[in-house]
Write a protein that binds this ligand. Structure first.
Ligand SMILES: Cc1cc2nc3c(=O)[nH]c(=O)nc-3n(C[C@H](O)[C@H](O)[C@H](O)COP(=O)(O)OP(=O)(O)OC[C@H]3O[C@@H](n4cnc5c(N)ncnc54)[C@H](O)[C@@H]3O)c2cc1C
Length: 417
């Protein structure tokens, strides 16, 4: 089923009876070439690129709940390529380029909106850091512009420029950054993978990983055993638990991150805006709700909901930056489980077990990585070699200390990037 303007028109005129299910709801077969554990954004994009780029279609995606019910459908949808450190910089740049052709590639409206992201800064030191980051972005071939206060006032007139505590010194703009409809991204990749023969199996929890003589043989699931030549663990916040099934202890902690949405308002926030002094970011969805979030709850947890101190902190940060949002009513808040790595950077690598592959450590920034991660992970699984854009995202950096993304920075700090 192809989507087009003409198709929408025809369906509209004929009672919308011709639409088909976007993907086949498959039942597990006995064996596959590749089993992917986790039907989030990264698992689905990996399946899609395995089929699309490498012709590997005897693949199953096993999802314990429903497709897109994890973090991919819970995030604040920000897509950007403004990373500073080598390793991350080229990877997220690669991912943003894939975003830019994604809707045409998938024939699916993921509502990718390059409305620009502005990170506001509040001191001379922060301005220096923003300039360095902007230069790193431009060296990578991506766009970055430094905005003065006068320029900022034109594009973000609603910020509180008068306050003394966090005076606004300017902003770093990436015009190609923006947002996308999060669950549509999962659905688009699911449809693309299913169309190419991948089995998408929901309500199928992996409970064990079968290994013989150091070689992966398959998985145990709530719907029976499945043999596989290769198994990819792509379960975000559950990475440590699933890796433990293969006897591995990952350098990953799971933490809850919350997000919030207000009632629908007329368009008032045109960009993604991030507060440099506190941890706060906001955009306005196409339905009109203000979508915003802040920092982690800062304790390890597998709960997909957070606590009130962080709610208060996020609201305070928002009110400090743009007091006008105090007029809006918050309708909902929710949480997701973040796979936090010690250096704030992801892992796309082979595991010590032959035939087992790991994709995790996305911290609170893995939505923007969905295309790049799937693309690089599929390359790794298909060829057993890292993709060029992801060759520094190795697991052994935590054992050897070499290649830690922030090795030259201030120490193992998850928010340096
Ligand atoms: C509140 C919030 C805001 C965020 N904001 C942003 C943002 O603005 N920009 C950005 O880039 N990133 C953001 N993120 C991060 C981003 O959403 C995640 O890094 C990314 O979605 C994680 O990858 P995923 O989509 O594959 O994860 P998920 O969607 O969580 O997929 C993992 C899947 O694995 C399944 N699974 C787990 N265990 C098993 C098992 N044993 N068997 C079978 N299946 C299993 C889970 O059910 C889940 O569906 C945010 C996250 C949250 C929670």
């Amino acid at each position: 089923m192809r989507f087009s303007g003409l198709r929408v028109l025809r369906e509209g005129l004929t009672g919308n009876r011709g639409w088909q299910a976007h993907w086949r709801d498959a039942s597990p077969k006995d064996a596959y070439d590749v089993v992917i554990i986790g039907g989030g954004g990264h698992g689905l994009s990996t399946a899609y690129y395995l089929a699309r780029e490498h012709g590997i279609t005897n693949v199953a995606v096993l999802e314990k709940g429903y497709l897109g019910g994890g973090n991919v459908g819970r995030n604040t949808t920000i897509v950007r390529a403004n990373y500073f450190l080598p390793g991350n910089s080229e990877f997220y740049s690669h991912s943003l380029k894939l975003w830019e052709g994604l809707e045409q590639e998938l024939n699916y409206n993921v509502m990718h909106s390059q409305r620009g992201q502005i990170v506001v800064f509040h001191s001379d030191g922060q301005r220096d850091a923003a300039i360095r980051r902007g230069n790193a972005m431009r060296n990578q071939g991506d766009d970055a512009e430094l905005l003065s206060v006068a320029q900022l006032k034109k594009v973000l007139p609603y910020l509180d420029y008068a306050q003394a505590r966090f005076p606004i010194y300017g902003g770093l703009l990436q015009r190609r950054a923006g947002t996308a409809r999060h669950d549509a991204v999962a659905w688009g990749y699911a449809r693309g993978a299913s169309d190419r023969g991948v089995d998408l199996i929901q309500n199928c929890e992996v409970t064990g990983i079968d290994i013989e003589g150091g070689v992966v043989k398959g998985v145990q699931t709530s719907r029976g055993a499945i043999r596989a030549k290769k198994v990819a663990v792509i379960v975000a916040g559950r990475s440590s638990q699933v890796a433990a099934m293969a006897g591995m202890r990952l350098p990953i902690e799971s933490h809850v991150l919350q997000a919030f949405v207000t009632e629908g308002l007329k368009p008032c926030i045109d960009h993604v805006v991030s507060f440099g002094m506190g941890h706060f970011y906001i955009s306005q969805s196409d339905k009109g709700g203000l979508v915003f979030g802040g920092d982690l709850d800062m304790y390890a947890s597998y709960a997909a909901r957070g606590n009130l101190p962080l709610v208060e902190h996020v609201m305070e940060a928002g009110m400090t930056l743009m007091p006008m949002i105090g007029q809006a009513k918050v309708l909902r808040s929710w949480g997701g489980i973040m796979d936090m790595s010690p250096d704030g950077s992801p892992i796309i690598d082979r595991a010590p077990v032959e035939g087992l592959y790991l994709n995790c450590g996305w911290c609170y920034g893995g939505f923007k990585a969905v295309p790049g991660s799937g693309h690089c992970m599929a390359h790794l699984v298909a060829t057993d070699r890292p993709h060029k854009a992801a060759e520094r995202l190795r697991l052994d950096r935590f054992r050897t200390g070499r290649g830690l993304m922030d090795e030259e920075g201030t120490g193992a700090q998850h928010n340096l990037h």
